[in-house]
Design a protein around this ligand. Structure first.
Ligand code: AMP
Ligand code: MG
Length: 417
C-alpha cells in the first residue's frame, strides 16, 4: 500500500514509503558487541545467534494433572488400574508396571512404558483405589514430547532480535545466563530554536517550552539508545555548525529538531551541506513535510543526520514512521514493515494537496466493526490528540475523506517495540 501515487506528489517531495526505503538502504548496522548478563538484557539487541543447548522440552512430560497409563491396559483390565506411583513435577519416575497407572502432575516426566495421560476430570477412582476412564483415550494424548519445540542445536533467536520479556524467558529456559548484544547506539540530540526554553524556567514573551527534547529522549530510550543531549541550539549557522561538529564527533547518529524548513531562520540544510551531504529533504506527508536526511563527513566514517521538523507532532510522527526504523537498522535490528490495515473513517474531511495525511484517530469499537474518529485537533503542534490516538488514519493526498470509506490505519502500538 503506497502512501500516495507518484502522479499526485508535490514536486520535490518524496513518497513516504520511498523515503523509508532510502533511509533503510543507507543504514549501517553497528558492529561492536559486548557480553551482557541476562538479568540486564531487557531491550538489548542480540549480536550473535543463539542456538538451543537443550532439547525443548527436555523429556517427555505431562501436559495435564491426571493419570499416566498404557492404553492397551484399559482394554485388558476392565475392573480398573491400580495407582502404584505418584509423579509430581521434578521427580524421576520408575518404569510403569504392566496393568497399573501413575498419578501424574503437569510438567512431570512420563514413566517409561506409559503412552498416554488421561486428565483427572475424566478419571474416576473406585473404592479400591483403581482408576476408570470415561470417554476416548488416544495414544500420545496429553504428552509433550522431548524436543517437540526445539531439538538440541536448533536456531532459537537470530542476530538482531530485540530481547523482550518472552525472548528473555526463552533464553532462561535454556539455562543461559549471559548474551552477546550490540553496544548501545549513541544518538546525539539537538533542539534548534531561539524561542525555546526548558521547562522549569519562566517564559518570556514569544518563548515556548522545549517539548521535543523530552519526547525524543523518551523515544530514544525506548529503543535502548544512549543519548548525548546537546540541548537547545540558537538559530544561527555558527551555533549549529559547532553543535553538529560536536555531535558528529561523539555519536553514531545525530538527530535534530526544528530549523529544517526553507526559511532564513532554518540553518540545518545549509550547514549540513557545508559539513556533509543532504540526501533528501521533504516528504509528501502531513504532518512532517520538512523531514531531512543526510550525512556529516567524519574521518573514519560519515555520521547520519535525521532532521526532524520542529512542530512537536510532526517531530513525533516522522520519528515513528521514518526515524525509528533507521535507528533500529543502525542497531542491527531488522525493522518491520509499517503495519497498516483498513479501517473505516467515522468522519468526512478534506485531504491536503499532494501529500498524504496521517490523522491522529481513536478507534471506536462499540459497533461490530471499528470506526476511526478524530482524536482531537489535527494541527502539527497539537499534542493533545497525539496523546489520545490509537493510531494514524493515512489518507492519500488530493482525495476527500468520506465517512464510511476505509483507509489505511497505522496502530501506534507498533512504534513502542
Ligand atoms: P521550525 O521547524 O524550527 O520552523 O519550527 C516549527 C514550529 O515548531 C515553531 O512553531 C517552533 O516554535 C516549534 N518548535 C520547534 N522546536 C520545538 C521544540 N523543541 N519544542 C516545541 N516546539 C518546537
Ligand atoms: Mg526554528
Amino acid at each position: 500500500m503506497s502512501c500516495v501515487s507518484c502522479a499526485t506528489l508535490t514536486p520535490g517531495l518524496l513518497d513516504l514509503d520511498e523515503a523509508r526505503r532510502r533511509l533503510l538502504a543507507a543504514a549501517r548496522p553497528l558492529v561492536a558487541s559486548e557480553t551482557c548478563p541476562l538479568d540486564a538484557a531487557l531491550g538489548r539487541i542480540l549480536a550473535a545467534p543463539v542456538h538451543a543447548r537443550l532439547a525443548m522440552p527436555g523429556a517427555d512430560n505431562s501436559a495435564m494433572d491426571g493419570y499416566a497409563l498404557r492404553l492397551v491396559d484399559l482394554d485388558t483390565h476392565p475392573d480398573g488400574l491400580p495407582v502404584i506411583q505418584r509423579i509430581p513435577a521434578g521427580c524421576a519416575p520408575a518404569p510403569l508396571a504392566e496393568g497399573s497407572c501413575a498419578r501424574i502432575f503437569t510438567g512431570a516426566p512420563i514413566p517409561a512404558g506409559a503412552d498416554c495421560v488421561i486428565p483427572q476430570e475424566r478419571c474416576r477412582l473406585d473404592a479400591r483405589g483403581r482408576v476408570h476412564v470415561h470417554g476416548e483415550a488416544l495414544p500420545g494424548a496429553n504428552i509433550r514430547r522431548r524436543g517437540e519445540e526445539y531439538a538440541e542445536g536448533a536456531a532459537l533467536l537470530p542476530v538482531g532480535q530485540r530481547l523482550d520479556a518472552p525472548a528473555l524467558a526463552l533464553l532462561a529456559s535454556q539455562g543461559i545466563v549471559e548474551v552477546e548484544v550490540a553496544v548501545h547506539l549513541r544518538v546525539a540530540l539537538i533542539s534548534t530554536g531561539d524561542e525555546l526554553v526548558e521547562p522549569g524556567t519562566p517564559l518570556a514573551q514569544g518563548q515556548l517550552y522545549n517539548s521535543n527534547r523530552v519526547m525524543l529522549r523518551a523515544l530514544l530510550q525506548q529503543q535502548g539508545c544512549e543519548i548525548v543531549d546537546l540541548g537547545i541550539i540558537a538559530d544561527t549557522a555558527s551555533a549549529l555548525r559547532e553543535a553538529l561538529s560536536q555531535a558528529r564527533d561523539c555519536a553514531d547518529v545525530v538527530i535534530c529538531t526544528g530549523g529544517v524548513s526553507a526559511g532564513e531562520e532554518d540553518h540545518v540544510r545549509p550547514v549540513l551541506a557545508e559539513l556533509g551531504e543532504l540526501h533528501f529533504h521533504g516528504v509528501a506527508m502531513k504532518p512532517g513535510k520538512p523531514f531531512a536526511f543526510g550525512h556529516l563527513h567524519r574521518a573514519g566514517g560519515d555520521v547520519p543526520l535525521l532532521g526532524l521538523p520542529g512542530n512537536p507532532v510532526a517531530s513525533l510522527v516522522t520519528w515513528q514512521v521514518l526515524g525509528q526504523a533507521f535507528v533500529q537498522a543502525c542497531q542491527g535490528r531488522r525493522p518491520r514493515p509499517l503495519q497498516r490495515f483498513p479501517v473505516k473513517a467515522g468522519f468526512s474531511r478534506r485531504a491536503p494537496q499532494g501529500r498524504c495525511e496521517l490523522l491522529r484517530v481513536v478507534l471506536d469499537c462499540h459497533e461490530h466493526e471499528p470506526v476511526a474518529r478524530l482524536a482531537g485537533g489535527q494541527g502539527s503542534a497539537m499534542l493533545g490528540a497525539a496523546c489520545q490516538a490509537d493510531g494514524y488514519l493515512m489518507v492519500p493526498g488530493d482525495m476527500p475523506i468520506l465517512e464510511g470509506n476505509a483507509y489505511a490505519f497505522l496502530p501506534v502500538a507498533q512504534f513502542t517495540v
